[in-house]
Design a protein around this ligand. Structure first.
Ligand code: HEC
Length: 184
């Protein structure tokens, strides 16, 4: 899983900065992403945050935005915002996770399956209306709508308007991990 994560980050960043040609949409392939796993919704949210969506690479394990992400050329992306200070509603979060947002020097990718297509236009627009360098790049592993909701619910429950707790950290990393030592 580490290798997949590293690959995802590298691809995401390369795509964001035009380092490599933007990969075709994953859903154009015969992509064998399994159906939503029958996980508890909290565990599903965690799994997406850590693995499928790799939100952690930009937003950090404790949701504080981390230190920014290193680019292939050694430069750094700005840190993503801390969720502790987020004032977004659940619907607004679902919107930004689905469609993404491009800002100077940084990007929140677009995650939802079919985002920016006629099936799920973003701001009323599709890929055909907005050139690739003027919209957020589309994550290679698209998330199903219920996966977007699960990860947003994790963000709200674990991070928004609060400090990450030891209890939720241990759910995130597993009780044996020392990743939560800082919170003890
Ligand atoms: C490549 C880095 C990156 C990745 C990966 C990423 N984000 Fe973001 N995210 C950002 C940036 C940068 C912003 C700030 C956009 C802005 O300034 O409005 C942001 C903003 C957000 C916001 C809005 C916060 C607020 O109140 O303004 C939410 C919610 C969010 N991200 C959730 C997620 C989730 C959930 C995932 C994984 C499915 C994810 N992000 C993956 C970079 C990233």
């Amino acid at each position: 899983m580490k290798a997949l994560r590293a690959l995802l980050v590298a691809t995401a960043i390369a795509a964001a900065f035009g380092v490599a040609a933007i990969a075709p949409r994953a859903q154009e392939y015969d992509f064998d992403k399994p159906p939503v796993e029958p996980l508890d919704p909290v565990d599903l949210g965690i799994k997406i945050y850590k693995e499928l969506g790799n939100c952690v690479s930009c937003h950090g394990w404790n949701g504080n935005g981390g230190n920014g992400v290193m680019l292939p050329d050694g430069g750094m992306l700005d840190a993503a915002p801390s969720f502790a200070r987020s004032t977004m509603t659940r619907d607004e979060m679902i919107e930004i996770v689905s469609c993404g947002k491009l800002i100077p020097g940084n990007v929140m990718p677009s995650f939802r399956e079919y985002a920016w297509t006629p099936q799920f236009p973003c701001g009323g627009k599709t890929e055909a209306d907005v050139p690739g360098d003027q919209r957020p790049f589309i994550w290679e592993i698209p998330l199903y709508p219920e996966e977007v909701e699960a990860v947003v619910d994790w963000v709200i429950m674990a991070y928004q308007g609060k400090e990450f707790t030891l209890e939720l950290c241990q759910r995130y990393y597993g009780p044996e991990s020392r990743g939560c030592d800082l919170l003890k």
